[in-house]
Design a protein around this ligand. Structure first.
Ligand SMILES: *[C@@H]1O[C@H](CO)[C@@H](O)[C@H](O)[C@H]1NC(C)=O
Length: 195
């Protein structure tokens, strides 16, 4: 066997599917992606197992920063409330596993501060998330998401932005599961949809 083929086999067999999602807390199109698609899908018990070769990550981001009393504070295109929600979303992500995280973040998405309590009511770490959401720690986590955008998707000029193995996929930004469920690695996760 040729040495080239020897190198190729493990590469094909272990091809990973890496999906990165970027959104804004008060953006109508991000609302559709999270509230109508990601949240309801992963809330279903039979959809909660991702294959080992699949990574789905999301980032609710600010779009800039400003200095306030010598501190770096995130800025958001739809105003202060958007950043406030995004802080809670960053904290919910930190204090959750994948499915609980994406469901909680989708619940907070697009809403009001008064509605957050309802999104946290059954969450084991609600106390931590409540405190984190109004603290410097939440601000730091949100800044971390901002930095992730420049690291993972430096060319993203549109939000929501969905990358599959490093490449933007515009169709996945509007009809996420139509595209994602077409990948072999998502077959088992998606096949329980019909139940
Ligand atoms: C995620 O966390 C929730 C709440 O603690 C738990 O019910 C669920 O089983 C966890 N899922 C996984 C895959 O660990």
């Amino acid at each position: 066997m040729n040495i080239f083929i020897l190198f190729l086999i493990p590469y094909v067999a272990f091809a990973k599917l890496e999906i990165e999602i970027f959104g804004l807390a008060k953006c109508p199109h991000t609302n559709i992606l999270f509230k109508n698609q990601l949240g309801p899908f992963f809330a279903k018990k039979n959809h909660q197992k991702l294959a080992d070769d699949v990574k789905i990550d999301w980032h609710i981001i600010p779009t800039g920063t400003k200095q306030v009393n010598g501190k770096v504070v995130a800025t958001c295109p739809h105003g202060t409330l958007e950043c406030e929600l995004a802080k809670f979303q960053a904290c919910a992500k930190k204090y959750s596993n994948f499915t609980t995280g994406i469901v909680t973040v989708s619940c907070i998405q697009g809403g009001k501060l008064e509605d957050i309590e309802k999104c946290l009511e059954n969450h084991e770490k609600r106390e931590e998330i409540r405190n984190c959401g109004v603290s410097q720690h939440g601000e730091d986590l949100l800044f971390g998401e901002h930095m992730m955008r420049s690291k993972i998707a430096p060319n993203s000029y549109h939000i929501p932005w969905v990358q599959i193995n490093g490449e933007r996929n515009t169709e996945a930004e509007t009809d996420f599961f139509k595209i994602i469920c077409g990948f072999q690695q998502m077959k088992n996760t998606c096949s329980s949809t019909s139940q």
